[in-house]
Design a protein around this ligand. Structure first.
Ligand code: SF4
Length: 733
């Protein structure tokens, strides 16, 4: 008999509710769950197509080993895990701990099992060469939170349900469905904001899908966000619009900032962001005068040249206008499992505690910037990376100078990938270990409940049970950790306890860890037996209780307050953290750094609602129809370059020259061109057959790994200097 299974969609941060119709082992259909209290019947095309990945004939079902001829053959799990651990341990023992690197892709943030055992794997490897997708999109946000609030996981988000003024900078939530902001169906939410009399202002070099819904679109220069935000702050200071009471109550070191910001020249600020200072001043007054308001900046800011400075300035603007922690402003969640609790564990959280060997780039949250992975592989000497373990990542497409990384991976002594596909990255692996995939695994949204517009907790069972012999992601990671001499959590005594439990035949899974974290959290039952529960513990959460709530638990709106979320001993926002002051001084000394030179354009990325970085491109329903991987060019720039709509033209950056299809679009700011990221599948066309038939080109063949953001070493993917030429012109020259 067909049955319905309700589950959170794990593909992006929105966490929509999906309803699966299932018969035995088959998923018959997927549709939006009309009764889901958060998404209320909304789901995007990716969510609806989720079962295609499940059924994809190209998805790996068994471990694969590279043969001497260069193709892959299936092998047993026992053989695969034994060989993986033996070879990685050999490299570690012969060349030192840092000789094995780890790269972790975005899917880890949607898999609570993998996320909870990841630290165990890092400890078992013992390497400092850990890299993740975060340094392509979020490291500035983590570092800003670490310095200002004392934890990378204390993340201010706009109170969408109550705000009257949303300043949305470098974010396109109608397409991304929210980023560091979990709020399904953004179109409905933004329309609700406007229909209750609120104002939506979108700042972006392109008139994006979100900008088309807005009251105002401000077409900024790529990389100019910090200048815009600092300019707005200067206006608040100059015009006496700063909420002095809030600043005095919440912050440390604002005076020093004030002196620096007031010294910034209006003309320099306006030139750096390409927005007249009159407009900057008007936006500042509007923001300060609105009844409630929130400034929200995301990836376009994070992966620009001044990503950390821009993120810091966003929080500073919210603080100065009295918006931080206030209803309708930039608020903090009260998650059922609060990851900031882990920040107090020594070594777990931070920024700049160590640096990369070759270029000296700083770590953030334990990860080095992925832009330096290729040089760590290529550069001889102690600590040179010779072995690599990748988990659910495709850095050849997601890291700047992907072609260099592609070559570097070929030179490794050994590489193992935990992944469901043989893609542009994993095709280099000696061994590929495919997990059962998410729909056969349990699910709890551990990470994105930290940034949910309304507090919630939800645990979902597998949609279909794992097949015999299949292994969950966390099981593979734990097998690797233990094979390398480590344990499940990386915490010695706890690992010994868990191992002893398993030896006695008890199960010890990430769900046990989750249960402990839930029960001891802000909404938990306090580990108390039922008769002893009182007060907030009476109806408190445990995993058992949550598992009986198929659509999860609503844990209420965002609560006011800042101090309750600060981990610094003095309970104040450290706005004067040294890395940001240094970045501000550096910006002031050369506000034109990174600007386009005559004849150059600035390249920015873009995302489409039907794609999820690189990995949903093997789903026919998501890549069919018109060509999506095209360069958007303003008609004036196209005329200057001698290219026309539909042409294939030559795009050139410092590191790469290649062909791109052209679409003319007046939604671009003149001088700025846009190419979506995540494409470039020709390299894996044999094993990703659908993606290979719509290959596109990779944005990261043009982006430059030599240039990184100053504070955290974030990849600069927004504002890459390029030149555009007609193909015929290129041939003639
Ligand atoms: S927006 Fe789409 S991909 Fe994201 S959670 Fe919702 S259905 Fe899934």
């Amino acid at each position: 008999m067909p049955r319905s299974v309700y589950r959170t969609c794990h593909l992006c941060e929105a966490c929509c509710g999906l309803e699966f119709h299932v018969e035995e082992d088959k998923i018959l259909s997927v549709r939006p769950d009309a009764e889901d209290p958060r998404s209320q019947g909304y789901a995007c095309p990716k969510g609806i197509a989720i079962a295609h990945v499940h059924d994809d004939p190209d998805r790996l079902r068994r471990p694969m080993r590279r043969t001497p001829a260069g193709d892959f053959e299936p092998i047993s799990w026992e053989e695969a895990l034994s060989e993986a651990c033996t070879r990685l341990a050999e490299i570690r023992d012969r060349h030192g701990r840092d000789a094995v690197a780890l790269y972790v892709g975005n899917p880890v943030v949607h898999d609570h099992g993998a996320a909870l055992v990841r630290q165990g794997l890092i400890k078992a490897l013992g390497t400092r060469n850990c890299f993740s997708a975060g340094s392509q999109d979020t490291s500035p946000r983590f570092a800003t939170s670490w310095h200002l609030y004392g934890s990378s996981f204390v993340l201010p988000i706009p109170d969408l349900e109550r705000t009257d003024y949303l300043l949305c900078i470098g974010a396109n939530p109608l397409v991304s469905n929210g980023s560091v902001l979990t709020a399904p169906d953004m179109r409905r939410r933004l329309r609700a904001l406007r229909s209750r009399g609120g104002r939506l202002v979108v700042v972006d070099p392109r008139r994006t899908e979100t900008a088309r819904e807005a009251d105002e679109h401000v077409a900024i220069l790529p990389g100019g966000d910090a200048a815009l935000l600092l300019g707005m702050l200067r206006v608040l200071l100059d015009e006496g619009r700063v909420d002095r009471e809030a600043v005095a109550r919440l912050a440390r070191g604002f005076d020093g900032i004030e002196r620096r910001v007031r010294a910034l020249e209006a003309a320099a600020l306006a030139a750096a962001c390409g927005i007249p200072f009159d407009t900057i001043a008007r936006l500042a007054r509007e923001f300060a005068d609105a009844r409630t308001g929130s400034a929200y900046s995301r990836i376009g800011v994070c992966n620009s040249r001044y990503g950390s400075l821009g993120t810091w300035a966003t929080d500073l603007l919210n603080l100065a206008a009295g918006r931080l922690g206030e209803p309708g402003g930039a608020m903090f969640t009260t998650p059922a499992v609060d990851l900031s609790r882990l920040s107090s564990v020594p070594g777990m959280d931070g920024h700049g505690r160590f640096r990369s060997r070759v270029r000296g780039l700083p770590e953030t949250l334990g990860d080095l910037p992925a832009a330096c992975l290729a040089e760590e592989i290529e550069t001889p000497g102690p600590g040179q990376v010779r072995g690599l373990l990748t988990y659910a990542g495709n850095p050849v497409l997601s890291v700047p100078n992907g072609q260099r990384l592609d070559r570097a991976f070929s030179s490794l002594d050994f590489m193992v990938s935990v992944d469901i596909y043989l893609n542009e990255t994993t095709r280099h692996a000696d061994l590929v270990l495919p997990p059962a995939w998410a729909l056969r695994e349990r699910h709890y949204e551990l990470i994105f409940t930290q940034v949910a517009a309304r507090n919630f907790a939800r645990w979902s069972p597998p949609v279909v049970e794992p097949e015999p012999g299949e292994r969950a992601d966390w099981e593979i990671l734990v097998a690797l950790s233990e094979g390398l001499g480590g344990g499940m959590t990386g915490t010695g005594p706890l690992d010994r306890l868990l191992r002893a439990a398993r030896q006695r035949g008890w199960s010890a899974t990430p769900d046990h860890m989750l249960d402990l974290l839930l029960r001891t959290g802000a909404h938990g039952d306090g580990l108390l037996p039922k008769p002893l529960r009182f007060g907030r513990f009476r109806d408190g959460l445990s995993l058992k209780r949550l598992s009986k709530m198929p659509r999860g638990a609503d844990l209420g709106p965002l609560e006011p307050g800042v101090t309750r979320r600060i981990l610094h001993r003095d309970r104040r926002v450290h706005v004067d953290a040294e890395p940001f002051l240094a970045a501000l001084d550096a910006w002031a000394s050369d506000p034109t750094l990174g600007a386009a030179q005559p004849g150059e354009l600035l390249l920015i990325g873009r995302r489409e609602v039907r794609t999820c970085n690189s990995w949903m491109h093997n789903v026919p329903a998501l890549v069919s129809g018109r060509e999506r991987c095209v360069l958007l060019v303003h008609p004036d720039d196209a005329a200057a370059a001698g290219v026309a709509d539909g042409d294939t033209a030559i795009l050139e950056s410092r590191i790469h020259t290649g062909e791109v299809p052209i679409n003319l679009s007046d939604e671009m700011r003149p001088g700025v061109v846009s190419l979506p990221h995540g494409w470039g599948h020709a390299r894996a066309a044999a094993t990703l057959r659908t993606a290979g038939s719509h290959p596109g080109v990779s944005f990261n063949d043009w982006s430059d790994d030599a240039e990184t953001e100053a504070v955290v070493g974030q990849s600069i993917l927004n504002g890459v200097r390029v030149r555009l030429r007609a193909a015929a012109q290129a041939e003639a020259s």
